[in-house]
Design a binder for this molecule. Structure first.
Ligand code: AMP
Length: 211
């Protein structure tokens, strides 16, 4: 899943993961968990994450290599938030070419103005990662996750200054991956500025025809 922060990659990846019974792998979620537990990885990633910049490639590449080697990835997996740089894409290619795994790139398109509005009103479940928008669902501000009943939080990097930095990083470093993947893989774009269930229907149709 390719797209800017706030495009809905995580929400859609979670829906796909449930429907297709393959793991949803979010490097952001793995890093946040490491940060919460103050592991060595978490400590090394902390300053980058809080500033909204990218964690060095070698750290995230190692996370992904370890995760993809697990048995539950044998039937496929959904990557959300990785790769984010051309060297990460090359690392992934090297990992996947070993066993001939094919890539379907789904790029979720949303304008910056909409993203800023979404990120600044986003509430996240720190346990299961589900996200809620307080503009669409005012009950969710400081409320509970409707799946696991954990108290929702606002991510530290969902504040105006850090959001601006994350969008800049996306445009400069991650957006070039669109061209990279357009040339190399099955590549489709979906309009992410629509209701969640409409987007997921489009994505599931794309996935079904790809498979
Ligand atoms: P996300 O939850 O995908 O928005 O990621 C949150 C933060 O984790 C990002 O702003 C980065 O600091 C870091 N991060 C997540 N995935 C990556 C990645 N593939 N490469 C570098 N940094 C990442």
């Amino acid at each position: 899943m390719l797209g800017p922060p706030g495009a809905g990659k995580g929400t859609q990846a979670r829906i796909m993961s449930d429907a297709l019974k393959v793991p949803h792998i979010s490097t952001g979620d793995i890093l946040r968990e490491a940060l919460k537990n103050q592991t060595e990885l978490g400590k090394r990633a902390q300053a980058y994450m809080e500033a909204g910049t990218l964690v060095p490639d070698e750290l995230v590449d190692a996370i992904v290599a370890e995760r993809l080697a697990r048995k539950d990835c044998d039937r496929g997996f959904i990557l959300d938030g990785y790769p984010r740089t051309i060297p990460q894409a090359e690392c992934l290619q090297a990992l996947l070419s070993k066993d001939g795994t094919r890539i379907l790139t789904i790029a979720v398109k949303v304008d910056d103005g909409v993203l800023i509005g979404r990120l600044s009103s986003r509430w996240t479940c720190p346990k299961c990662g589900k996200m809620f928008n307080a503009n669409l669902d005012p009950d969710k501000a400081a409320g509970q996750c409707d799946e696991c009943h954990t108290a929702l939080v606002q991510r530290k990097d969902d504040n105006a200054g850090v959001i601006a930095e994350r969008l800049q990083v996306y445009h400069k470093t991650t957006r070039p991956l669109i061209q990279h993947y357009q040339g190399q893989t099955a590549y489709v774009e979906v309009n992410g500025d629509r209701p969640v269930d409409e987007i997921s229907r489009s994505i599931m149709n794309i996935v079904a025809s790809y498979l």
